[in-house]
Design a binder for this molecule. Structure first.
Ligand code: GLN
Ligand code: ZN
Length: 762
């Protein structure tokens, strides 16, 4: 039974890679210095994994920016526009593709970036021409193998990792619509074969080809090209052992592929989908000699493995295939978890004992092996730890409340039409009311202020006073521009989830729990370790202060339960919807307190609702059942006259719009300008009020009055005029004040123009 790992975090224990890349980009260090940092991280990772006794250790899992972009460079998939840039090395070409190239007369945009399956990691989308040629371009993988030979004691342990050809094609996009990228399979496979042969020449015996496409609803065409590709590979590279990996869900629906395809080993994810084991074992028990790699240790969450459950699976697999045909591993790359729990110094010991980051996770494989060989002590200790800890931070009252959600808890008192009428009479807003999404520019001054307060360098009194000055100032600016519904600006928040997790009971922030989000950007997800409840109000003081500064309506600003859940590490000892309902209830209490203090409009942001969506369509309904219920728990306690807004962004929403309508928010503001309002084709039947974003806040560009007016006009052809709001795509925290003010100024002008020119149509 071999123990292996699919990938190790590459950011470095103290985020060395982030710091080095950013220093290189701003010309503070040269490329040899940057390469040295990379080499040090790889060395440390390999040594850690060798010490943990792994039999196969991943190589080429390191990346300076993104492993999909690495693949594009390896395969020579480089859009023409980047080839003409005046740079003299591949590293700069690589970074130009990732980040764009602006210098002198050159202004080339970065390549598109999107989410890696249902994770919070983002990859650079490969771009294919109709006659796309592939050929080995970058030598990174071969160089890293030579490097690992010097560090690891035995070459037998080195297992290079690549994205497999079909998932690679799948992850990319066609530059023109005239062809299907899967048709490029015949061009791409020979290059993979070349690569594998080169690896063989370097002395490599095992390679890992990641094919996460296997867990999706694959089309017939995808299945066909899959079979073609792997038949070619096994025909022409028979001396190489190929480990094909699937992760993030089960593959039983696509098992027919393996009637025709043979690889030496197949990896399955038994964390996300434990149920597939039975079917897969029965599929492989006869005739086939395939080795099954069991993904048992959770590479996407931070809790200790439940050894009892894992060992049961290992024993079942051994019983049907025999020990020599089993491998054990984490379910997916450890890229999605922080590096080392030992870097945490402030977490309550009972919680910390339950946690496991990358370094601990690879040790868990050792433990599992020992248990299989008969060590009962380890098993016993683990079982009692898991049993005890789930009772330590439990609060029966909170549990009960989340279990007994009644119909009236998820239902506003009256139908939207009645609410809309009451709200309209009360607020007397003009048609096409204007608003923003919540945050205003986060200047250096504000960040310094929050830092000073965090380090206790200034008193709470002083801090509050200064934040209030920022709020007053932001309100004055919004009034000058003539916006209709104002916000306080979110100056007190570093991050929309962290702000709440710091205040909620049952959640904590880590000290060093960084995870790569994209390129040099890392996030530090909070941890939900116990039953979640609200101890004190969290936002009321700021919002009430803001309202006291103006006669216009202030919109209170909260983060929704699904987003808090989605961007955190969630406890795994109870069903996820229980946790969601607990958070939802805490937000509901905050909503009610805001209402009580006179706030009449409250926004509950749910930007992450789309990304929690299961990978297979058949699971969508179940997901929306609980996630929408959670939103409704948080939003349904208010009077008819209180207007609930929600906001969504970061994705396209066309395919899930009918579910979004079930959230029954009075108003939704939603990203749509980047797709030129393609969204509108899906939302013509949206029943409530809606503000499709009319300008892209990701760009410093100031949109013109006319272009925004045109988008409002477009919307007014699809939606009842009385339901349309005018707003940007998302919050303005990443913009400069000057950009924000000029853009909003034009936006309000466009709304005024709409009030004059579009009224007749209604
Ligand atoms: N209210 C938040 C803001 O304006 C929403 C952020 C988001 O949608 N990601 O920043
Ligand atoms: Zn947003």
């Amino acid at each position: 039974m071999l123990k292996h790992n699919l990938g190790y975090p590459r950011i470095g224990k103290q985020r060395e890679l982030k710091k080095a890349c950013e220093a290189y980009w701003s010309n503070r260090i040269d490329s040899p210095t940057l390469f040295e940092v990379g080499m040090k991280i790889r060395k440390e990772n390999w040594e850690t994994q060798e010490k943990a006794n792994l039999d196969l250790i991943p190589c080429n899992d390191f990346s300076f920016y993104d492993h999909v972009l690495d693949m594009s460079l390896l395969l020579g998939v480089i859009p023409e526009s980047y080839l003409s840039i005046p740079i003299n090395n591949n590293l700069d070409l690589y970074f130009a593709m990732a980040r764009g190239f602006q210098k002198d007369v050159w202004d080339i945009q970065a390549m598109e970036m999107t989410k890696w399956f249902n994770t919070n990691y983002h990859y650079i989308v490969p771009e294919f021409d109709k006659n796309q040629k592939f050929s080995i371009f970058s030598h990174k993988i071969f160089d890293e193998i030579e490097e690992s030979k010097k560090i690891l004691k035995s070459i037998e342990k080195i297992k290079p990792v690549l994205i497999g050809p079909i998932s690679y094609l799948f992850l990319g996009k066609e530059k023109e619509k005239s062809f299907h990228r899967m048709d490029l399979v015949e061009n791409i496979v020979p290059v993979y074969i070349n690569i594998i042969k080169k690896l063989k020449n370097q002395g490599i015996n095992w390679i890992q080809l990641d094919e996460p496409i296997l867990v999706l609803d694959m089309s017939e065409k995808e299945k066909d090209v899959f079979q073609y590709a792997y038949n070619e590979i096994s025909r022409l590279c028979s001396e190489m052992n190929v480990l094909l990996t699937s992760y993030f869900d089960g593959i039983s629906e696509n098992m027919s592929i393996f009637q025709k395809v043979s690889v030496q080993a197949l990896h399955i994810d038994l964390v996300e989908n434990p149920y597939q084991l039975k079917k897969i074992l029965s599929f492989f028990s006869e005739e086939s000699k395939i080795i099954l790699s069991l993904g048992l240790v959770d590479g996407r969450n931070i809790w200790k493995n439940n050894y009892f459950n894992s060992v049961k699976k290992i024993e079942k697999a051994i019983e049907s295939l025999g020990e020599s045909r089993i491998m054990i591993a984490p379910n997916c790359s450890l890229l999605h978890v922080p590096i080392d729990v030992d870097n945490e110094h402030f977490i309550h010991i009972d919680i910390k004992n339950r946690m496991s980051f990358a370094r601990q996770k690879i040790d868990e494989l050792n433990d599992l092996e020992k248990i299989v060989k008969g060590d009962t002590n380890i098993l016993r200790n683990n079982s009692s730890l898991i049993e005890e800890s789930s009772s330590i931070f439990s609060d029966p009252k909170i549990k009960e409340r989340a279990k007994n959600i009644k119909n009236q808890d998820i239902q506003r008192n009256n139908h939207f039409h009645i609410r809309q009428k009451k709200q309209r009479e009360k607020f007397r807003l003009p048609l096409f009311p204007t608003t923003t999404i919540g945050s205003f520019p986060q200047t250096k001054e504000i960040r310094n202020l929050r830092n000073q307060f965090r380090k206790q360098e200034i008193s709470k009194k002083k801090y509050d006073e200064k934040i209030k000055n920022f709020i007053t100032d932001a309100i004055k600016k919004q009034e000058e521009i003539g916006l209709d519904v104002l916000v306080h600006g979110e100056f007190e928040r570093t991050d929309m989830v962290e702000y709440f997790s710091d205040k909620l009971k049952g959640m904590l922030s880590t000290e060093n729990g960084w995870v790569q989000s994209y390129g040099s950007r890392c996030v530090k997800p909070p941890v939900i370790y116990g039953d979640v409840s609200r101890v004190n109000d969290m936002t009321v003081e700021w919002i009430r202060f803001a309202q006291s500064q103006t006669n216009k309506l202030i919109k209170g600003m909260l983060t929704g339960p699904v987003t808090i859940l989605q961007w955190s590490f969630v406890r795994d000892d109870q069903p996820i919807f229980h946790t969601a309902y607990q958070i939802a209830w805490a937000i509901r209490e905050e909503v009610l307190d805001l209402e009580k203090s006179g706030i009449q409009i409250i926004q509950i942001d749910e930007p992450a609702i789309r990304e929690g969506l299961p990978l297979k369509k058949k699971d969508w309904k179940c997901y929306f059942d609980w996630s929408i219920k959670a939103f409704r728990i948080s939003s349904s306690g208010v009077k008819d006259e209180t207007q609930i807004h929600t906001h969504m962004c970061y994705s396209e929403f066309n395919d899930i719009f009918k579910y979004i309508a079930d959230m029954d928010a009075d108003v939704i503001t939603i990203e749509s300008s980047r797709s030129k309002m393609e969204l509108l084709n899906a939302i013509f039947s949206y029943p409530n009020e809606i503000g499709p974003g009319i300008y892209d806040i990701h760009s410093p560009r100031i949109p013109t009055v006319v272009e925004m007016f045109d988008l409002i006009k477009k919307a007014s052809k699809k939606l009842p005029i009385k339901n349309i709001w005018v707003n940007p795509d998302c919050g303005l925290k990443t913009r400069k004040w000057k950009e924000a003010l000029m853009s909003l100024h034009n936006m309000t002008k466009a709304a005024k123009m709409a009030r004059i020119k579009l009224i007749d149509i209604s």
